[in-house]
Design a protein around this ligand. Sequence first.
Ligand code: C5P
Length: 273
Amino acid sequence: MGLGGLRFKGMTILRRWYNYLLRLYSPYLVPRYFALVPAAGSGSRFGNGTPKQYWTLGGKPLLYHALRELAAHRFIDQVFVVLAPDDAQFSSVASETLGGKIRPLFCGGQTRAASVHNGLLAVRDAVANDDWMLVHDAARPCLSAGALERLIHELAADEAGGLLAIPVADTLKRSDDQARVAATVHRDGLWQAQTPQMFRYSVLCAALDACGPAAVTDEAGAVEKLGLKPKLVMGEARNLKVTYPDDLELAALILENAWTSQERGAATGDKSQ
Ligand code: C5P
């Protein structure tokens, strides 16, 4: 073999090694994106005994709608769904239209924070410390692709991470125990927290380790206790949390309207819909 042939062979071996090392270490060099959806709540404030995540909206469970945009996003590698250990209904959600990214984890806890914490521990071998984790409520079925994109885009280089939220529009009243106004709370600087909430895996683990399963109602609250300041990214009113029957009706209208706009956009070739 001549000098040229040797050089070619050398380059090929080097390239193979380079590709191998890149594949091995890229999870640690380039942060990846994962989603985690706590869906292990057992109660229903609607009183019919069916857990809220399995209430039907447009012929599909709420949980299906909550997973749809996350599973469709090009950056998100996998969507972990934290279910109650005895959940027997998830098969009604897992469907071909969600693609192959959905990973059920049967490790839900007593509270939302405990479910998230258990889910984080269950995926520790699949996720690196610097990877992003987007935690999204199963009861928020109307997250739009635009709001999800904004969250990911605005936080990509952020130290603390953050969450979707909307500025409070109404004047707020604090009540006494007789349901009478004890004080008017100025709405300036007040935001309503939504999900997804997006933090580095290690930050989320440290935050939830530090504050215990009952102490917080969202991830941002736990992260704040570490001394970090999560960024507020503009959310949307449509990203409501379904809590009462009226919310279901509103969610159905929102989704119907979104689907009609998409169909209209597809028919006219307008991608902005
Ligand atoms: O009841 P709430 O609306 O606050 O629940 C928010 C989210 O937390 C829901 O997606 C619910 O399924 C989830 N959750 C959970 N484990 C619990 C309680 C709630 O995953 N023990």
